[in-house]
Design a protein around this ligand. Structure first.
Ligand SMILES: [Zn+2]
Ligand SMILES: [Zn+2]
Length: 95
C-alpha cells in the first residue's frame, strides 16, 4: 500500500473555515464569517475570569482568543445561548 495518503489532513490549517460544516450542537444554528464572540469573564462552563474584551470570530481561530491567547474550550451559541464544547460545533465527516 503506498504511503502519503495522510497529506490531505494538513491542508486546511490556514484557510477560512467552512461555515456550512459548523453548527450549534444544541439548536443547529450556523454561524457565518460575520459572527462575533467576546472574550469576557465567564463562569460555568469555562471558568475563565481574565477576559480581555477581544471581539473576533472564534471559528477562524478554533477558539483561540487573538487578544490574550486564551484557548476557549467552550463556545456559546449566539442564537440559543447554550454552551457547547468548541469541537462539538464541527460536523464530523460521515464516510
Ligand atoms: Zn482574550
Ligand atoms: Zn444554539
Amino acid at each position: 500500500m503506498p504511503e502519503g495518503s495522510a497529506d490531505t489532513l494538513d491542508r486546511a490549517t490556514d484557510e477560512e473555515p467552512d461555515f456550512t460544516r459548523i453548527r450549534c450542537p444544541l439548536c443547529r444554528w450556523q454561524p457565518n464569517e460575520s459572527s462575533r464572540w467576546f472574550c469576557l469573564d465567564c463562569g460555568h462552563p469555562e471558568y475563565f475570569f481574565n477576559g480581555c474584551g477581544a471581539t473576533w470570530n472564534t471559528f477562524t481561530t478554533r477558539g483561540l482568543c487573538p487578544g490574550c491567547g486564551h484557548q476557549w474550550q467552550w463556545t456559546v451559541c449566539l442564537s440559543c445561548g447554550g454552551w457547547s464544547l468548541h469541537e462539538d460545533w464541527y460536523e464530523k465527516e460521515i464516510d
